[in-house]
Write a protein that binds this ligand. Structure first.
Ligand code: IPE
Ligand code: MG
Length: 215
């Protein structure tokens, strides 16, 4: 979800206004994605590297996650949506961790779709975590997948990066081995249902061979 800061700057606003707007589009976008048959929507909200930002911005982003949970906790079960927060727990406050546990437990059996909020998440940290967990044990593709944070989530078919940069920035680097990757110039707060439609339409026209050849 890149481009919040630039979205705000273009309007003469402070960066945090961009983050606020960026979060505000998530609920409708997720509803739309699930209505189109998407089953898993993973959002990169805060990376293990984002702690380098100013403490004002970091605290604001932590507060946004907290508010997102508070705003959704009452409705998430009615909407039949499962919410997971994926990333390192270390560094998050006990009260935030408690809220995360609460919403995850509450929504764990919901089946319409899963939203993964990747928060304090880094792909390399995830791989290191899996490697440490498996030390001394047999390592196979299956056991490795089971030791990742995304263990019960299928690998993404589509990865979208908004904001115009052509890089992955440590997101799901293990899981996206076969993903179709879309780099959009759209700034995240401007990302709309029709942008998602365009990506899905393009994706439906591609053929995935997983290293094989045409039939
Ligand atoms: C949002 O966009 C990404 C987050 C870490 C929340 P940015 O804050 O990176 O926005 P730009 O790149 O400065 O526009
Ligand atoms: Mg950015």
């Amino acid at each position: 979800m890149d481009g919040n800061g630039r979205w705000a700057k273009k309007r003469g606003l402070i960066r945090t206004k961009g983050h606020e707007k960026g979060v505000s589009i998530i609920e409708d976008l997720a509803d739309y994605a699930f209505s189109r048959g998407v089953k898993y929507l993973s959002l990169f909200a805060f990376s293990t590297e984002n702690w380098k930002r100013s403490s004002t911005e970091v605290n604001f982003l932590l507060g946004l996650l907290k508010n997102f949970i508070i705003n959704n906790i009452a409705r998430i079960k009615d909407k039949n949506i499962r919410l997971k927060v994926i990333g390192e727990r270390e560094g998050l406050s006990p009260s935030l961790l408690k809220q995360i546990d609460q919403i995850e437990t509450m929504s764990k059996d919901c089946t319409k779709g899963t939203i993964c909020i990747c928060f304090n998440y880094g792909g390399r940290a995830e791989i290191l975590h899996a490697a440490k967990e498996l030390s001394g044990k047999e390592i196979t593709e299956e056991s490795f997948k089971d030791a990742l944070y995304f263990k019960d989530i299928p690998d993404p078919e589509i990865v979208i990066r908004t904001g115009g940069e052509h890089r992955i920035s440590n997101f799901m680097i293990y899981e996206m081995a076969y993903s179709e990757i879309y780099f959009l110039n759209t700034l995240w707060p401007d990302f709309s249902n029709s942008d998602l439609d365009a990506v899905i339409a393009d994706y439906m026209g591609t053929e995935r061979r997983f290293g094989g050849v045409d039939q």
